[in-house]
Design a protein. Structure first.
Length: 348
């Protein structure tokens, strides 16, 4: 069906022409030796952008989170996060498999925001029988909650509790730029309460590869060693870092366009009989919905939408997830609504 509308994720975005030119012309060196000038420039720029002392360029957001967790913990310790935190749900069990770290999932509300009382409920007794926590991870925006935002004040409240208990606070800010644009604040203000932060240059910012881990200089130095252990030394990585520089320079403000498309998509779907959607959760570029009825199978429905109706999507966690991005033209949004409406009608 023409056009095929790809709403699977903002990870499907293609690099812009400006990024491709920058990649072709990038000055490179050996990043593991510390002499790739384009990587060095990106890391310095990213640290300033997110308000931290130093930064580390990594191949993926998952590796950035893993490096942070491995650097802040020791085997036998534990990690506290929200119920559906990306590090606990979508990173292959890496805290346990690679770091010997137990994950303690806090029961948060539908907005996915981890609050001090949630962390407190997870704190174990100071007893030799229990793995003692050493790190708290918050996710901003929260994927499974619908791309919802965490405010600076909410993160500061968790940070204060972490300081009280000697816990490291890591911000999984894969889409923190979306959160900043949605709240009309700088990403650095949202990251400020955290000891460390990871954010993606791919996804909505359209770079083909790469994320950044940022934090105190000594922490990043130790995280660089973890990156090497994980196979993340990329040698002439300036070819990739060049696209990341363009992403930071020119792609952040345009995220508002993606949010507008998501809002219009959600509003349209809310008018479709049988669609169940929480409009309050549509704060950035994600739209989650389900279809009324006991027999609704999100995986099968997503497969049918993708195959028969030309709307590519996923069906995780009992719902359909749609993600808007640069490569979905605004004029495709009403087409997607009509096709989903047809799919819902034919399924009932």
């Amino acid at each position: 069906m023409d056009p095929v509308i790809d709403l699977r994720s903002d990870t499907v975005t293609k690099p812009t022409p400006e990024m491709r030119r920058a990649m072709a012309e990038a000055e490179v060196g050996d990043d593991v030796a510390g002499d790739d000038p384009t990587v060095n420039r990106l890391e310095a720029m990213a640290a300033e952008f997110i308000g931290k002392e130093a930064a580390l360029f990594v191949p993926s957001g998952t590796m950035g989170n893993v490096c942070a967790i491995l650097t802040a913990t020791r085997p036998g310790e534990s990690l506290i996060c929200d119920t559906y935190c990306h590090s606990a749900t979508y990173e292959g069990g890496s805290p346990a498999a690679l770091g010997g770290v137990t994950i303690l999932r806090a029961q948060t509300g539908r907005d996915g925001v981890l609050r001090p009382e949630h962390v407190t409920a997870c704190l174990p007794p100071n007893d030799v029988h229990y793995p003692q926590p050493s790190i708290v991870v918050v996710e901003n925006t929260n994927n499974r909650a619908g791309g919802t935002c965490m405010s600076q004040g909410q993160t500061e409240a968790v940070a204060a509790l972490c300081r009280e208990h000697g816990l490291w606070l890591h911000v999984d800010g894969a889409r923190i730029c979306n959160s900043g644009v949605a709240q009309r604040v700088t990403p650095s203000s949202l990251a400020q309460p955290g000891d460390s932060v990871m954010f993606c240059l791919s996804k909505g910012l359209c770079a083909p590869v790469g994320s950044v881990l940022a934090g105190p200089r000594d922490f990043i130095s130790r995280a660089r060693r973890k990156r090497k252990m994980l196979g993340g030394g990329m040698r002439q990585a300036g070819v990739l870092a060049a696209a990341g520089i363009v992403a930071l320079e020119s792609m952040v403000s345009r995220l508002a366009e993606d949010h507008d498309k998501a809002s219009r998509l959600a509003t349209g779907l809310a008018q479709v009989p049988g669609v169940v959607i929480d409009l309050e959760s549509v704060q950035t570029n994600m739209v989650y919905f389900s279809v009324a009825g006991e027999c609704f199978d999100p995986v099968a429905f997503a497969r049918r939408l993708s195959g028969e109706f030309g709307v590519l999507c996923y069906g995780p966690a009992g719902r359909i997830r749609l993600v808007t991005h640069r490569d979905v033209p605004a004029e495709h949004i009403p087409i997607a609504v009509d096709r989903i409406a047809d799919a819902v009608t034919s399924a009932r």
